[in-house]
Design a protein around this ligand. Structure first.
Ligand SMILES: Cc1cc2nc3c(=O)[nH]c(=O)nc-3n(C[C@H](O)[C@H](O)[C@H](O)COP(=O)(O)O)c2cc1C
Length: 437
């Protein structure tokens, strides 16, 4: 039998529980949706996602969404989509209808808390597995991303068992709303340095109770959340997690350690794991310039061996078509989840599947201006894709001043000067500093 082409492999349908996706290319979650100030989907949110659906993505994951008031209060990216309001359900349903008309499934990404990345705000102090703040970019930022003076998040308080149980109930309620809105599945956020992620690795979990210590204990909060959601939505509804696969931080947990945790998590009834490499301390690896790191470094293989063939695995950061198709053909992963490349070329999925690879507009791997926009709450735009960020005429566009600011924030020389001043200011206030780049 001749080997299938990459287009054929990525164009093949994928079953997740009872859901059939039309192909293997998924739009990764990105909190760039410009929801309204009170957390409703805006016309722009829907137009942005619909454009990617028209481009052929088989599934769209709605990023960074609040499952409760707690997450809404402390969100580092603001505003985000609220999934904790029953009265929003009819509007959420409209998104499902729009995407289903294009043959694209829609999943909600549920955050009950941003954990170690939570911002102290609204009289609320962040909580996580253990009181460990994040030294952002400890082992480097993505190319073109600088943080003058560095950013070290304040140590969160240790979550009580009652708080863990409350978040579980909140995630269940959000999943119920997402299902009622006709969305096709849910993904519980347990990656980067967010709440559930803080339990998974000994690097951020120093608890001595039933949520700390062994891999089984560190998986417990997330496994219980998955099981509770499963009990709510029933056996046929797709439920998964977005989970870190490697800390890539000295003293952190490697792919074998995360894979062992994953094997416990899926016992809660997860249908899929959307794999995320690294975290905010190793951001340069999380959003790399090169394609296919997770294949080269062995994370995909370790996860497949740990969870078996029935749990669907989504690969990250592998826009290279042959690499992604090869990993699917080899049985390492089941789908390719693509984020930044689909900002630049929303038609990437159709071009790949129709064998029109030569027409793909490739994202400049060194250009991470969009990340700088996200980190400074500036509306996104791109010279490579002039329609990005205003797929709907009502979208808020960046001002000239904001564009200049984002350009300057990516200039190494200017950022080194800004760093000197920021560091001096922080030293005077007794605040901790972190890496610039
Ligand atoms: C602007 C922007 C916003 C993002 N927002 C989210 C988010 O809300 N939830 C999430 O899980 N990941 C988020 N990510 C991370 C992406 O989903 C993805 O993991 C990362 O960009 C690496 O994949 P890529 O190489 O395909 O871009 C965001 C990334 C970018 C660039």
């Amino acid at each position: 039998m001749p080997r299938s082409t990459s287009a054929e492999i990525l164009g093949e349908p994928l079953t997740i529980n009872k859901l059939v996706l039309k192909n293997r290319i998924i739009l990764g979650p990105m909190a760039v949706l410009q929801p309204t100030k009170d957390g409703r989907l805006s016309e722009q949110s829907i137009a942005f996602l619909k454009r990617r659906a028209k481009g052929g993505a088989s599934m769209a994951i709605v990023g960074g969404s609040s499952a409760n008031d707690w997450a809404w209060n402390e969100a580092p990216f603001f505003p985000n989509v609220r999934l904790d309001k029953d009265e929003f359900v009819p509007e959420l349903k409209r998104l499902a209808d729009e995407l289903h008309a294009e043959g694209t499934a829609v999943f909600g990404q549920l955050f009950p808390s941003f954990g170690r990345m939570g911002v102290p705000r609204n009289g609320q102090w962040p909580i996580a597995a253990s009181p460990k703040g994040v030294v952002m970019g400890k082992v480097g930022f993505p190319e073109g991303v600088y943080v003058p003076g560095g950013r070290v998040t304040p140590p969160p308080k240790e979550a009580t068992v009652e708080q863990i149980k409350q978040f579980e109930r909140d995630v269940v309620d959000a999943a119920r709303r997402v299902k009622a809105a006709g969305w096709d599945g849910v993904e519980i956020a347990a990656h980067m340095c967010y709440f559930y992620a803080s339990f998974l690795s000994p690097l951020s979990n120093q608890r001595t109770d039933e949520y700390g210590g062994t891999a089984e204990n560190r998986a417990r909060a997330l496994r219980d959340a998955v099981a509770a959601v499963r009990a709510e939505v029933g056996p046929d509804y797709p439920v998964g997690v977005r989970m870190s696969v490697n800390d890539h931080v000295p003293g952190g947990q490697d792919e074998q350690g995360f894979a062992e945790v994953a094997a416990h998590v899926v016992k809660g009834g997860a249908d899929f794991i959307a794999m995320t490499d690294a975290n905010y301390e190793s951001m340069g690896i999380n959003a790399p310039s090169a394609s296919g790191n997770m294949l080269r470094h062995g994370e995909a293989k370790a996860f497949r061996e740990a969870v078996g063939p029935d749990v669907r695995l989504f690969l990250s950061s592998t826009p290279n078509v042959q690499e992604a198709a090869g990993a699917i053909e080899d049985g390492l992963v089941d789908a390719s989840m693509i984020a930044r490349q689909l900002l630049i070329d929303p038609d990437y999925p159709n071009k790949v599947i129709q064998g029109r690879e030569s027409e793909i507009v490739w994202k400049n791997p060194k250009d991470n201006a969009i990340f700088r926009s996200l980190m400074t709450n500036v509306p996104i735009w791109s010279k490579q894709n002039p329609e990005l960020g205003h797929e709907h005429p009502s979208a808020v566009l960046p001002t000239r001043g904001q564009k200049l600011f984002i350009w300057a924030a990516g200039n190494g020389f200017l950022m080194r000067i800004a760093d000197i001043f920021a560091r001096a200011g922080k030293r005077m206030k007794g605040q901790p500093t972190g890496p610039l780049h």
